[in-house]
Design a protein around this ligand. Structure first.
Ligand SMILES: NC(=O)c1ccc[n+]([C@@H]2O[C@H](COP(=O)([O-])OP(=O)(O)OC[C@H]3O[C@@H](n4cnc5c(N)ncnc54)[C@H](O)[C@@H]3O)[C@@H](O)[C@H]2O)c1
Length: 345
């Protein structure tokens, strides 16, 4: 059984590690809170397992430790944000909040971000908009790691898409990579010495492999349709923002390059369309109808998107976040290097 840690203790620890890596306190808090939010929701691929990479990139000067993201251009409901080469979370939060503000004024807000870096879980930004009573959509591109359908080699990011909106009793969200799985699930398996299921990755020759150490590229979700969705995300997040696209997005995990990741944030005020209450009721009714469908053999129940994460969040906020022993050891070693005191296990 992995040891567990209280979410707020993990936030404080990760904030201290990021600060000691050169990120100023307010930005370090933003990044730590967003990563631990992913762990709270059991999206461990985009939680604190990413901190060693973030720390290395901050120390190497590849990510700006004193970022000043700003609205560079604005016209009506549309704005472009310069991420100032800082952590994607800092630009992503600023862009989402600005899109919410635009949606309050105009009914819709579209904010694109360029000159940014990895922003973590796309759902974090969509859910932030939903908490403000809006429908939020967020996409980002990422370093090329996914094969084009029918091809060999890395061409596209794992390019997630997230949507969230208020329901009568909470928030609905969908948050998914357009590759078969988020690539960090492959990296986490490699770091923890586990094999991966068939169909997640291919080697340099384009052959399927279950050994995460042999994975050269990830596979698009559901064949050519996931490939098409990944291209859609490059268009929205990269091309529209004037950020990198495909091969012009720098690598996060390999080599010393800056990224120029692009993010796309679309916020819509449902009050300007169906009306806030009617929209929430329609969405809530749809979710109820889905959950009431007969259960297929081999399944216990019908879940709706976002439900696994919501359940995990309730459990982890009560019992703590489980950290695999290898990750805990890595974070302790990093803390030692940076003269940060880790919490006891
Ligand atoms: N920043 C980046 O560059 C980047 C790139 C790729 C992915 N990501 C992030 O990685 C995270 C994980 O992505 P993923 O695709 O591996 O997620 P996933 O496959 O675990 O889940 C995808 C979606 O399916 C839903 N789901 C899961 N099981 C379900 C079930 N039984 N019934 C109904 N719905 C179900 C989930 O609630 C979720 O909305 C996301 O937060 C994503 O934003 C980030």
């Amino acid at each position: 059984m992995p040891d567990r840690i209280a979410p707020d203790a993990l936030e404080r620890w990760m904030q201290a590690v990021l600060e000691a890596s050169g990120l100023e306190p307010a930005a370090a808090e933003t990044v730590a809170v967003s990563l631990v939010d992913a762990n709270r929701r059991a999206v461990d691929s985009h939680g604190v397992a990413r901190v060693p990479t973030y720390s290395e990139r901050l120390r190497a000067g590849l990510v700006n430790g004193r970022p000043r993201p700003r609205v560079e251009r604005e016209n009506g409901a549309v704005a472009l944000v310069d991420g100032d080469r800082g952590p994607g979370q800092v630009a992503g939060v600023l862009a989402t909040d600005h899109a919410i503000e635009l949606a309050r004024r105009h009914g819709v807000g579209v904010v694109s971000v360029h000159r940014s870096s990895h922003y973590g879980a796309a759902g974090y930004y969509a859910i932030r908009a939903a908490r403000a009573g809006m429908l939020g959509i967020s996409t980002t591109n990422s370093e090329p790691f996914v094969i084009p359908y029918g091809g060999i080699g890395r061409a596209l990011g794992t390019n997630p898409i997230a949507l969230a909106a208020p329901t009568p009793d909470g928030i609905f969200d969908v948050d998914m990579a357009t590759s078969q799985v988020a690539v960090n699930k492959i990296f986490n398996a490699r770091d923890e010495g586990r094999t991966i299921p068939d169909g997640w990755g291919v080697d340099e020759q384009g052959q399927p492999t279950t050994d995460p150490a042999q994975v050269h590229a990830a596979v698009p979700l559901g064949g050519y349709k996931g490939y098409a969705l990944a291209v859609l995300v490059e268009v929205l997040s990269g091309a529209l923002a004037g950020a990198g696209v495909g091969h012009t997005v720098g690598s996060l995990n390999e080599g010393g390059e800056t990224q120029d990741v692009g993010h796309f944030h679309l916020v819509i005020d449902p009050d300007r369309l169906a009306g806030r209450a009617r929209f929430a009721e329609a969405l809530g009714g749809l979710l109820e109808a889905l959950k009431a469908m007969p259960v297929a053999p081999g399944h216990d129940e019908v879940l709706v998107p976002g439900e696994p994460e919501a359940r995990a969040k309730a459990e982890r906020e009560r019992d703590g976040i489980p950290l695999p022993p290898t990750l805990w050891t890595t974070l302790e070693a990093l803390s030692g290097e940076l003269a940060v005191s880790p919490p006891g296990r």
